[in-house]
Structure formats: C-alpha cells, structure tokens
Design a protein around this ligand. Structure first.
Ligand code: ADP
Length: 248
C-alpha cells in the first residue's frame, strides 16, 4: 500500500473514528504475572503489551556490577505473531534501539543508589502491535516497577504525536505511523520532565511545538490511568504513599 492510497480523515475524523487530539482506548492491569516481582498488562488501541520486573537481584554476569548503584536492564521483544506478517523471532537492530531508549526513559526516576551491586531487570513483550509499542511498553514497565516496589522519584508516562495529511494527531495507529509524515514519541514525569524524545519524519518548528504539547497532554492523561490502575490494586492508602514517594 502506498501513502497516496490512504485518506487519513473522513468527515474530520481519523480512520478509527478518533478526533485529532484523542487517545486510543487504554486498559491497564497491575500484577498479572505470579512469578515476577512486578508486572503490568496494557492495551493501547491495538497494542497488547506485557511488562515483567525482576529485582533488585544479584547481577549475572558479575563483572556488570556497579559498586554504587543498581544497573537497569530493559529488554523489548516483539513476538513473531504480533504483526501482520510473521516477524523473525529474536533481537534485531530495532529491538536493541527500543530497549536502549526505553531504559533511558525510565532510569532517571529509579532510585538505583539504594541497591548497589544489584540489577533491576525489565522485560517487555509485545503480543500485538499497532504502532506505539515503545510508548505502551514504557507505560507498562513504569507501572510494573511500581508494582515491584522499586523506589521511584515519580511515575513515567509515554505517548506519541504524529503528522498525517498535514495535521498533528495524538497517539498514531499503524496506518498513520507507517504512512504518515512524522512520528514523535515522548516519555515524561507527571511534572513534565521529558526522559525520551524521538522523531521520525519532518515537522516545522510550529508543528514540533504543537506535537510536543499534544504528546505531553496525552502522557498526562495516561499518568492518571496508570495511577488509577495502581490504586485499584493497592487501595487508596498505599497509593497515597506512592504519591509521597513521587514528591521526594
Ligand atoms: P512503535 O511500535 O514504537 O511505534 P515503530 O515506529 O518502529 O515503533 O513501529 C511502528 C509499527 O510498525 C509497530 O508498532 C508495528 O505495528 C509495525 N512494525 C514494526 N516492526 C515490524 C516488523 N518487523 N514487521 C511488521 N510490522 C512491524
């Protein structure tokens, strides 16, 4: 399919019926894996992603140990059945990149100095992909870290904005991502500190500002859903403890 074959808007609405500034439906479930220290399942539109956190635990191989802090490892993996045409299983350039940027999106809020010589492992498995899997993975991983009781300075929430048919849109789905003009995923703290920003395609300075604003608003809305999912599992008392930690 060529992008000229696609009409991205019909009667002012997108291919899936959304307005330009609307997120896809989101569902977040906390603590879905019995053997992980923390876990989270997220659906963001057509994306279905699971995150599992293990640790803090002993580092293997030991030469990776850091004397003053825990190391964080993040493995993003896309299941071969998660996309339309079977994806070759195993790591590839894309999954190495996404693992690196996702780890860097989360690391600034993790209190790694509390756990010297240890490791916090984050595994993200994409079961179904529909664009925005890195943002869905980061959102699930942040909740799974909280579920594992890892001390964090704040939550991290992630969302993308894109450009299709010369219009800035929130949370692009696959057709918009693959055949659109730009994609700009971000991750940030609830206070607005950005820990991830990437850009594919081209945006003018004005469009760039509009896209960042839109993605930040989306991330703020996602934060409320992450928080609500944690409150659902841990109740109001413990959730307020999470808030206190977030303010430290
Ligand atoms: P993200 O999922 O974070 O948006 P990309 O922009 O690289 O990352 O990918 C956009 C979408 O393209 C993915 O969510 C998925 O739906 C599709 N995609 C990515 N890699 C593959 C692949 N190897 N085979 C088929 N589809 C893919």
């Amino acid at each position: 399919m060529d992008k000229s074959d696609i009409s991205f808007f019909k009667d002012g609405l997108r291919l899936d019926g959304r307005r330009a500034d609307q997120l896809r439906p989101i569902r977040i479930e906390v603590g879905v894996l019995a053997r992980a220290d923390g876990s989270c399942y997220i659906e963001m539109g057509g994306n279905k992603v699971i995150a599992a956190v293990y640790g803090p635990r002993e580092v293997h191989p030991r030469h990776l140990q850091e004397v003053t802090r825990a190391i964080v490892r993040y493995r993003y993996n896309m299941a071969s059945f998660s996309v339309e045409e079977r994806k070759r299983p195993g790591p590839d350039r894309r999954s190495y990149e996404l693992s690196k940027v996702s780890r860097e999106a989360l690391e600034p809020v993790i209190m790694t100095s509390y756990f010297p010589r240890s490791v916090i492992d984050v595994f993200v498995e994409v079961l179904q992909a529909d664009a925005g899997t890195r943002t869905a993975g980061i959102n699930a991983a942040a909740v799974a870290l909280a579920d594992a009781g890892i001390p964090m300075k704040s939550m991290i929430s992630s969302c993308a904005a894109g450009k299709v048919a010369d219009t800035i849109v929130l949370d692009p789905m696959k057709e918009e991502d693959n055949f659109g003009q730009a994609d700009l995923p971000i991750a940030m703290t609830p206070g607005g500190d950005i820990t991830l920003m990437q850009m594919d395609g081209g945006l003018s300075p004005d469009e760039f500002h509009q896209a960042v604003e839109m993605a930040m608003k989306g991330a703020r809305d996602i934060y409320e859903m992450q928080r609500a999912a944690l409150v659902e599992k841990y109740g109001k008392l413990e959730a307020s403890t999470i808030e206190v930690k977030a303010c430290e």
